[in-house]
Design a protein around this ligand. Sequence first.
Ligand SMILES: Cc1cc2nc3c(=O)[nH]c(=O)nc-3n(C[C@H](O)[C@H](O)[C@H](O)COP(=O)(O)O)c2cc1C
Length: 183
Amino acid sequence: MKLLAISGSLRKGSLNTHLVQAAIQALPNGVTADLVSIADIPVYNEDLDGEDKPDAVVRLKEAVAAADALLIATPEYNYALPGGLKNTLDWLSRPAFKSVLAHKPAAIMSASKGPTGGARAQGQLKLVLAAVLAEAYPAPEFIVPQAQQSFTEDGVLTDDNVKTRLQRFVTDYIAWVEARFSR
Ligand SMILES: Cc1cc2nc3c(=O)[nH]c(=O)nc-3n(C[C@H](O)[C@H](O)[C@H](O)COP(=O)(O)O)c2cc1C
């Protein structure tokens, strides 16, 4: 099985990028994942969404189409998912209901410096995934509150509690994808 991993944060030292990288390391044997950047995705403009789409969009669409499932880590910006991630999903969402996201399994997680761990952003992200007919993994929210305490500066996950939860989360997610979507 091959996953595509996306972090909704562009910044160096992103806790969400650290989280999704730790999730990739925790994947069971035989499951691989590529982490893609959304930094080059332009602001959505329907005029550009014709035959000749921006290169970064074409590349990302191909990568999503080729993946068996998605792993998305999102920051929470002002109680919402970041504009860059929503913008990326908007590009991926066309043609409506027949896009590369339709029926694609997706696990979501969030890391935040605050006490609610990005749970509100996840609620919104689930709504967007529903709109594009993606299949959000229906597990309780995987959140890492005060995540700056769980990772070293260079992104090593040092929190044993988060490590244990993350291992269980990704293992259960893969089992769910296999049970529900294997052909
Ligand atoms: C514009 C902005 C808005 C933010 N709003 C929230 C928020 O609503 N809830 C929250 O828990 N953290 C909020 N934060 C703090 C983020 O949790 C923190 O910056 C986190 O490190 C961002 O994720 P990243 O490390 O992956 O970039 C906000 C940060 C920024 C820059």
